[in-house]
Design a binder for this molecule. Structure first.
Ligand SMILES: *[C@@H]1O[C@H](CO)[C@@H](O)[C@H](O)[C@H]1NC(C)=O
Ligand SMILES: *[C@@H]1O[C@H](CO)[C@@H](O)[C@H](O)[C@H]1NC(C)=O
Length: 188
């Protein structure tokens, strides 16, 4: 075999291994330094996301943990999901918008709740919500725990969009890479 071809193949194999090492079942270290885990906006303005412990990334079955930083003026999309979600505000402050009127065909005007450092809140299954950093001075940092990963996200353009029109996003932004890795593996 041509030597250059071999080098190319080796490089390809190495890059594949490096990529896949972010995805489950490659022997995740017991203790990890989250400052050294990847952070990414995944194309969402004002977001920095780290999957601290994930289903597709680390092989968890029941829960998943994220650390997210939302810049001043930025927000999550208006969305819902059929899992439980618990937030702990590690730093900063903002506003939680929560629509709990699940008997209507759309979310409707949400209730606004101020959130602040050391506050915690949980989002009931399927309740439509949005988290905003409404503090102009500071980043909002939250630790998020969800049940039943990997998450299927339903995104709304506004609070009056019918539930049936909400757009499904699956896999969720930060799961895309590992989902593809897994899918490719399953095909082989
Ligand atoms: C964790 O990672 C950060 C960023 O690389 C580093 O500054 C820190 O020293 C690490 N902590 C330990 C205990 O290695
Ligand atoms: C958050 O709570 C911890 C534990 O009670 C406390 O040590 C810390 O000072 C609190 N931080 C703020 C900003 O309230």
């Amino acid at each position: 075999m041509d030597c250059q071809w071999l080098i190319f193949l080796t490089a390809l194999l190495f890059s594949a291994t490096t990529d896949a090492s972010h995805c489950a079942n490659h022997g995740v270290d017991i203790v990890r330094n989250i400052s050294e885990e990847g952070q990414d906006s995944y194309g969402i303005p004002g977001l920095s996301h780290t999957t601290v412990a994930g289903s597709l990334m680390h092989g968890l079955k029941e829960v998943e943990v994220w650390l997210q930083t939302i810049a001043s003026g930025a927000a999550t999309p208006i969305h819902r999901h059929s899992c439980e979600e618990i937030f702990v505000v590690v730093k900063g402050s903002g506003t939680l918008y929560l629509a709990s009127n699940s008997d209507q065909n759309h979310p409707g005007t949400p209730q606004a709740y101020p959130i602040f450092t050391n506050s915690t809140f949980h989002i009931p299954v399927d309740d439509v919500h949005q988290v905003w950093n409404t503090n102009e001075q500071e980043d909002l940092q939250v630790l998020v725990v969800i049940s039943r990963p990997p998450m299927k996200l339903f995104i709304y353009d506004d609070w009056f969009m019918p539930h049936t029109a909400a757009k499904l996003k699956f896999p969720i932004f930060w799961d895309e890479k590992c989902y593809q890795t897994r899918a490719t593996k399953d095909e082989l």
